[in-house]
Design a protein around this ligand. Structure first.
Ligand code: UD1
Ligand code: UDP
Length: 367
């Protein structure tokens, strides 16, 4: 069985790694049963946004690199469609696996579905119900054309059933992000990133920001950074800045504001070091999707700077709290600094075995 696995952006690498490992395990029992081909679209291309994840997650080099790079939504999606179609026509796989909700996910699913190649979507069914997020459009459209919908949490199943997707296509398997986290945690425990950045355990806040709604507008980004400057008077903040955000900080002349605060900007860090930074943070402030899940599993409080989340279990069961206005940032931070702790529990099937379940479903359906 020839399977093409497509990745392109930072969170994709974290989701693809356990799938490749599960295929390897399957092949160890049934030699040659699955022939995986790894395609990297090149949506993310900086060393710290791409290659470092291949090392940290022990991923093999991609078999095929499309090199599409940055661009508008239409440019990125269009280039992937054109380039991936050529690969699919040549390789004729039985299945294409796509993960997450980035432009590479939708473009790859569309290229395959139009050639009548089955698509499996890993992390299906998540919904923020906010169509101004590009990811929400990617999620809905990818799910609509996929044959296998692998959900990370029960809410995903409900969302898909509500959209009229037949239940035979839906498989609740758990969260592949957690597979990677549990696999890499022992290495993260040995990371020396805290010493490198001169940080002390539980005496700093970890910050990431990259959602267009937060970082693309001058007013929004300035408001958030001013609120964070206030928070940094109580506790230092370390900020591995996404390239989108770093470009906008410079464009809007906000470097000075940061220099005058106790916010330290660093390059995006590799996966192992970033896990270590999360584990030892007093709390995490973010607008990331995956980090809401990782902090829940690590039991670290997470303040998410967004109006909505497609990952509601991180709130109902985990350690996540939504902050839907800039004015809410400082009070929420002070609450944690004053000792309010949300412990939370680990959601069902976030146990390190999601990828194995996925490969099992694919193999048993292929027979
Ligand atoms: C993308 C995803 C988003 C995901 C995020 C993970 C879409 C629509 N968005 O957002 O869902 O949460 O990745 O990080 O797919 N850039 C670099 N170097 C890189 C990568 C990007 O300089 O290696 C810069 C470029 O200027 C690029 C910009 O960042 O144009 C935005 O990159 P892009 O992949 O379009 O969107 P992200 O904001 O990364
Ligand atoms: N991450 C990382 N280094 C960083 C920031 C994030 O390794 O500097 C990891 C993080 O642990 C998680 C993934 O990247 O596994 C999340 O990616 P991102 O926040 O870019 O995307 P999203 O999940 O929002 O789509």
């Amino acid at each position: 069985m020839k399977i093409i696995l497509v990745c392109g952006a930072r969170p994709n690498f974290v989701k693809i790694a356990p799938l490749l490992r599960a295929i390897e395990m399957h092949n160890a029992q049934k030699p040659g049963a699955i022939n995986p081909i790894l395609v990297h679209t090149g949506q993310h291309y900086d060393y710290q946004m791409s290659q470092v994840f291949f090392q940290d997650l022990e991923l093999p080099e991609p078999d095929i690199y499309l090199g599409i790079g940055g661009g508008t939504h239409a440019e990125q999606t269009g280039k992937i469609l054109i380039e991936l179609e050529k690969v699919l026509l040549k390789e004729q796989p039985s299945l294409v696996i796509v993960v997450g909700d980035v432009n590479s996910t939708l473009a790859a699913a569309l290229a395959a579905a139009k050639l009548n190649i089955l698509v499996a979507h890993v992390e299906a069914g998540l919904r923020s119900f906010d169509c101004s997020m590009p990811e929400e459009i990617n999620r809905m459209l990818t799910d609509a054309i996929s044959a296998y919908l692998f959900t990370p949490s029960r809410d995903g199943d409900h969302n898909l059933l509500n959209e009229g997707i037949p239940k035979e296509k839906i498989f609740f398997v758990g969260n592949v992000m957690v597979d990677s986290l549990l696999y890499c945690k022992p290495k993260a425990e040995k990371s020396d990133i805290l010493q490198t950045l001169d940080l002390k355990e539980k005496e700093y806040v970890l910050l990431t920001l990259h959602r267009p709604a937060n970082v693309d507008g001058k007013q929004e980004l300035t408001g958030i950074l001013k609120a964070l400057k206030d928070v940094s008077e109580q506790i230092p903040i370390v900020f591995p800045a996404h390239p989108r955000t770093r470009i906008n900080i410079e464009k809007y002349g906000l470097s000075k504001l940061i220099k005058e605060s106790r916010i330290t900007i660093v390059e995006p860090v590799g996966y192992i070091d970033f896990l270590a930074l999360q584990m030892h943070a007093k709390f995490v402030l973010t607008d990331s999707g995956g980090i809401q899940e990782e902090t829940t599993v690590l039991g670290v409080p997470c303040l998410t700077l967004r109006d909505s989340t497609e990952r509601p279990v991180t709130i109902t069961q985990g350690t996540n709290t939504l902050i839907n206005s800039t004015a809410g940032i400082k009070p929420a931070a002070l609450e944690i600094l004053n000792g309010a702790v949300r412990t939370g529990s680990i959601p069902e099937f976030w146990d390190g075995k999601a990828a194995e379940r996925i490969i099992e479903v694919i193999r048993s359906n292929a027979r």
